[in-house]
Design a protein around this ligand. Structure first.
Ligand code: AMP
Ligand code: MG
Length: 339
């Protein structure tokens, strides 16, 4: 199993519904289902079939770059280099720069050097367990995104440290697919990469894309919908990958502050914005930051909106999307404002 998430059934059904409804609107729809990055992906576009062939090839190319479990990937080559500089291709350089910048912006909440800890928890394999506190403390010494150096096309990582781009690989991949669609003259498309939805333009009938957000308390259902055009809608949540031990749930997003699953008041964060890469980085960072810091972080930036579900069952929705948001749940909703 790799770092990439499983696409849970509800997200498949949700997107399948979404794709079925839009395919009725036009005769020129082409679609493809595939499995890559350890997750189910669905692509639908109003344009030539060859765009899907190119998109699929690009997804496979990026998986080959970013996978932490394939021994010959760019990331694995860096992780195995024991401190020796490694030359990598442009996509890895770009995503590393974006991820390191988000590390800084989030005060270390997002840290792409968490991999030794994630591996010890077992989130990359079948056997998961709660590590002893002293093991967590020892592995935390190997976590520090600021120690990663990227110069031109060369990456250097201190020996013993390891990288993992699982927090943003799918967002970056979604951006790359959208670029291919645009190059092919496509004006209307929707993709779901393991539940991360990205849209191009509007539906062919001119209406907005309606994207359902998984209810983290009941992942077979949606708790709300959002109407968008040209946007990425990307979620990080406790329900995506977890195990239970000692009567507690332990999930796959760790807090670099203590090495345990991030537990700062949120159980799901959805980020809506133009760039899939940024939305994916933000969804993970904001999840770790927790309720108050996530709201502050949103106020500091002007270029994204978010929907948070708190562990005590509230929906927090930022004002920029409040009008295009529909609450389908019994949870009370609060609108976050810039003041
Ligand atoms: P996402 O679903 O986008 O929030 O990404 C979660 C994935 O990112 C996990 O499966 C890990 O591979 C990785 N990860 C977990 N915690 C962090 C963190 N605090 N910073 C960076 N990556 C993380
Ligand atoms: Mg993410």
């Amino acid at each position: 199993m790799s770092i990439f998430h499983d696409l849970r059934l509800p997200a498949i059904l949700l997107c399948a519904g979404l794709l079925t409804s839009c395919s009725q609107a036009s005769t020129a729809a082409v679609s493809r289902d595939l499995f890559a990055m350890d997750t189910y992906m669905q692509l639908q576009a109003y344009g030539p079939e060859k765009a899907l062939d190119e998109a699929e090839a690009r997804i496979q190319e990026l998986e080959q770059d970013f996978s932490v479990t394939r021994p010959d990937s760019s990331i694995s080559r860096i992780n195995a280099a024991a401190g020796v500089p490694v030359t990598v291709e442009e996509d890895t350089v770009k995503l590393l720069h974006a991820a390191l910048a988000m590390g800084k912006e989030s005060g270390g909440a997002l840290d792409i050097t968490l991999y030794p800890l994630l591996a010890e928890w077992g989130f990359t394999k079948e056997e998961k367990h709660v590590p002893p506190p002293q093991t967590i403390a020892a592995l935390l010494d190997k976590v520090d995104y600021a120690a990663v150096s990227v110069t031109d096309d060369t990456v250097q990582l201190p020996a013993g440290m390891m990288l993992d781009l699982g927090a943003a690989a799918k967002g970056y991949t979604g951006d790359a697919v959208m670029e291919i669609f645009r190059e092919n003259g496509i004006a209307s498309a929707v993709i779901s990469l393991g539940g991360n939805v990205q849209t191009l333009g509007r539906k062919p009938d001119g209406t907005l894309w309606k994207v359902g957000i998984t209810d983290p308390f009941s992942p077979s259902e949606t708790c709300c919908t959002i109407e968008v055009e040209n946007k990425a809608v990307i979620t990080s949540g406790t329900y995506e990958r977890y195990f239970e031990e000692d009567g507690q749930r332990w999930w796959h997003i760790l807090d670099p502050a203590d090495g345990y699953p991030a537990d700062n008041g949120l159980i799901s964060v959805t980020v809506i914005g133009d760039s899939g890469t940024e939305c994916d980085l933000l969804s993970t960072a904001l999840f770790v930051e927790g309720t108050e810091k996530a709201a502050e972080h949103w106020r500091e930036r002007e270029d994204f909106e978010m929907i948070c579900v708190t562990e005590d069952g509230k929906l927090l929705v930022t004002e920029g999307i409040a009008d295009s948001f529909t609450n389908q749940s019994a949870m009370p909703m609060e609108v976050l404002t810039r003041e």
